[in-house]
Design a protein around this ligand. Structure first.
Ligand SMILES: [Fe+2]
Length: 158
């Protein structure tokens, strides 16, 4: 009788330990998922991680736009990416242009975006933009294999 009781207690303790271990693994995974915010997942020239260095040249958007513009006058912002593969499995899916305006309470402003189709379109787009105040253009592109990449450019409005 005593042996059965000891055996039962040992089995109970083992099951309890396994349950505690399972809960710890589960909660650490959930914490890991919750802790990474979207901003931390965007690759930039300044905050590039070691695994992304080799990919930077082919993914960081290039912004071609004037340094100075006149308030209310339209100007062109060209955004290019690459050279980059353009196959159904691996291509630049989207290019977005945001603007963070000096003095504005909530930034950024989504100015424009383009969804691209593999094979038929290239990641080379141009938007016509008008600004009232100085600020920073943010070009963000999404690669179907390598995620989000961002480049910025300051524009002074006179
Ligand atoms: Fe890619």
């Amino acid at each position: 009788m005593f042996r059965i009781l000891v055996r039962f207690i040992i089995q109970y303790i083992l099951m309890l330990l396994i349950l505690v271990r399972f809960i710890r693994v589960l909660t650490s995974n959930i914490k890991g998922m919750v802790m990474r915010k979207l901003g931390e997942l965007i690759y930039t020239k300044e905050g590039i991680t070691s695994e992304a260095v080799a990919k930077a040249e082919y993914h960081l958007p290039k912004i071609i736009a004037p340094d100075n513009v006149k308030a209310g006058e339209s100007f062109k912002v060209r955004i290019t990416v690459g050279p980059h593969p353009n196959t159904p499995e691996h291509y630049i899916r989207r290019i977005e242009l945001y603007f963070s305006e000096e003095g504005r309470s909530f930034n950024p402003i989504l100015i424009a975006y383009v969804d691209l189709v593999p094979l038929y379109s290239e990641p080379d787009v141009e938007f016509t933009v008008k600004l009232g105040k100085s600020g920073t253009l943010h070009a963000v592109e999404y690669c179907t294999l390598h995620g989000l990449w961002e480049t910025t450019k300051d524009v002074i409005v006179k």
